[in-house]
Design a protein around this ligand. Structure first.
Ligand code: AGP
Length: 614
């Protein structure tokens, strides 16, 4: 959730920290702050409530001097998004500075203890106990690293923590405790970086290490040393991460969301390129690391994910049932643990996670691991935690997704699940050459079809114009399209703040129909995928109650189009692949409605790109 950036080197730290925070702002934008230490050992702190722009304006172009520093963007959990609650936080002396991502679950108890011992805590945050605890151990004679380790031992919850001290200038300590988000250490030449996100360090260096739970990095300009929480030294070798930072730039687009919607055909091609072959037909997934006999022996698939990734998992469920012929279930990662679900080595668990750092998904994976289930993650972030926990991965190849609302990683995840289902079906002997050729042959046309759907943007913008002031929307669909109705509603909620619900269309008459009147737009996915006739009945029922029908229909289906107030047509593909096309008009509709309502499209209020708190 919160973004973390640190620098130790020969350059001025402040501009580097602000640049890094700019790339991290999608994680949280309630407040921002930096702390740097100058050559005389004096710490300078600057903070601002609201977006990073407020901090930049407050600085008025005059950056505090210093070649070591840390910075933070906050997504508020404990305490309002005020300047006083903004990180970095300090101890009583102002010599120890901390930034934090996660929640100190026992902070009330620790605050009371620290207050009793005379510490003056000034904010409402849970984080502030950390510098004061470090201070108390340093005061007792510990060096910074020992004090940090002892502090961590006092904290309950999961965290990424970064600290530095005027007593040991030039050194930054960073720790990962549990699954509250990643810590990446970047190796430059004569300079080092630390961040919560790979994308923030990549423009500076592609040589990185990732901290695992229980690891601390001690970073100076010359390199990094690692210890575990017991203080035992660890050896970690930097790896080279092939990621193109240029693709994170907005380019000619007004918003990242629009850019990322438009990138989808390329992301689909990139995700199947080199993995799907056509003559003879084959699927090769390079990072699976699960033996064929293990995959052949599983009797069930359980897919987990949150938000958009969960919607991709719901489409994946159909793929596993219809292509690989395996019983499949989907759960919100956050609900999975409450089920005491009966899984073991015979269940293949598949997590879907754009970031690979969503704490709910990591906890579900930890649970699956305890039960001995083989695991595969569908992930867009090379090196992310889900890829390290799972036995294997199918990486989507979208490049960084910067807009908080996921778009391109939805369709790329669906594509990866399709390939995986083909692969598992092949191993299980239920997908023969002819069927595989058919499945892959259909997939290969999708990017071009997506391109033609993207060209309908002006039509979609016109519909957005007509409907942007409506306070509520319903999205209805059946079968494979039902997850896309949920996704359409989620996208609209996220970026336009309009209340929207996605329903299986059959449910409409069991309650939601009471909402329909002449003010209610109903987006109905009525494609020739086996659900058309039933969706036509739903459309009639909405019309009979004066609802406004926005139909997403198959090209040439004049009958349904004539029943809709607005019709958007999609080119024909197979029922299994329609979700890759139907996602697009709903993404563009949400985008244009949000624009018309003056919303912050790329950074909607209250959201964070990566949710690392439970
Ligand atoms: C979707 O637009 C949101 N960004 C959100 O629902 C997201 O899909 C969810 O938080 C899961 O994130 P992950 O894929 O990184 O695990």
């Amino acid at each position: 959730m919160c973004g973390i950036m640190g620098y130790a080197g020969e350059r001025d730290a402040a501009p580097i920290l602000l640049e890094g925070l700019q790339r991290l702002e999608y994680r949280g934008y309630d407040s921002a702050g930096i702390a740097v230490i100058d050559d005389d050992g004096v710490i300078h702190i600057a903070k601002g409530a609201g977006k990073l722009g407020a901090l930049r304006s407050g600085l008025e172009g005059v950056y505090p001097a210093g070649r070591t520093g840390i910075g933070h963007t906050r997504w508020a959990t404990h305490g309002k998004p005020t300047e006083n609650n903004a990180h970095p936080h300090t101890d009583c002396t102002g010599d120890i500075v901390v930034i934090h991502n996660g929640i100190v679950e026992n902070y009330l108890e620790l605050r009371a203890e620290l207050r009793d011992r005379g510490h003056k805590l000034r904010s409402e945050t849970d984080t502030e106990v950390v510098p004061h605890l470090v201070e108390s151990y340093v005061g007792g004679g510990d060096d910074l690293l020992t004090a940090f380790r002892r502090t961590i031992a006092r904290l309950e919850g999961a965290h990424a923590l970064v600290v530095f001290s005027a007593k040991e200038p030039g050194r930054i300590l960073a720790a990962r405790v549990g699954n509250a988000g990643g810590v990446v250490v970047g190796y430059g030449v004569g300079e080092m970086f630390v961040s919560s996100d790979l994308s923030a360090v990549l423009p500076e260096t592609q040589r990185v290490t990732f901290l695992a739970d229980g690891e601390i990095a001690s970073i100076t300009a010359g390199g990094a040393e690692y210890v575990d929480f017991g203080g035992a030294p660890l050896t970690k070798t930097p790896q080279h991460v092939p990621f193109d930072p240029v693709s994170a730039a907005k380019g000619a687009y007004k918003h990242f969301m629009l850019k990322e919607i438009m990138e989808q055909p390329q992301c689909i091609v990139d995700t199947f390129r080199g993995r799907a072959s056509f003559d003879p037909p084959g699927v090769e997934l390079e990072d699976l690391h699960i033996a064929d006999d293990v995959l052949a022996s599983v009797t069930r698939v359980v897919l987990v994910g949150m938000g958009t990734s969960m919607h991709a998992a719901l489409v994946g469920r159909t793929y596993f049932e219809q292509i690989a012929r395996l019983p499949a279930e989907v759960d919100n990662s956050s609900e999975f643990r409450y089920r005491d679900s009966l899984i073991g080595p015979e269940t293949l668990v598949i997590s879907v996670a754009q970031s690979g750092e969503t704490v709910d998904t990591l906890e579900a994976m930890a649970d699956a691991k305890r039960h001995g289930a083989p695991q595969i993650t569908i992930c867009n972030t090379p090196g992310a935690q889900t890829t390290r926990v799972a036995d294997g991965a199918v990486l989507t190849r979208c490049g960084p997704e910067v807009a908080v609302a996921s778009t391109k990683t939805l369709t790329a995840s669906i594509t990866a699940l399709y390939l995986l289902a083909c692969h598992v079906g092949r191993i299980r002997g239920v997908v023969d050459d002819a069927r595989l050729a058919e499945l892959l042959g259909e997939l290969v046309h999708v990017p071009a079809l997506m391109g033609s759907v993207l060209k309908t943007e002006p039509e979609i913008a016109a519909i957005a114009h007509a409907l942007s002031s409506r306070p509520n929307f319903l999205f209805l669909a059946r079968g494979t399209q039902y997850p896309m109705a949920m996704e359409g509603a989620l996208k609209l909620k996220e970026v336009s703040y309009i209340h929207a619900e996605g329903y299986p269309a059959g449910e409409m008459k069991h309650g939601p129909i009471a909402l329909i009147d002449k003010m209610m737009p109903v987006v109905a996915l009525a494609l020739d995928d086996g659900t058309r006739e039933k969706m036509l009945s739903n459309i009639e029922q909405v019309r009979a109650r004066d609802g406004i029908v926005v139909g997403i229909v198959t090209e040439g289906d004049a009958e349904i189009a004539a029943k809709c107030d607005y019709a958007l047509s999609l080119p024909r593909t197979t029922p299994l692949l329609y979700p890759l096309l139907s996602a697009i008009p709903m993404q563009l509709l949400s985008y244009h409605i949000a624009l018309l309502r003056g919303c912050d499209v790329d950074q909607p209020r209250n959201l964070a790109k990566t949710v690392t708190v439970e």
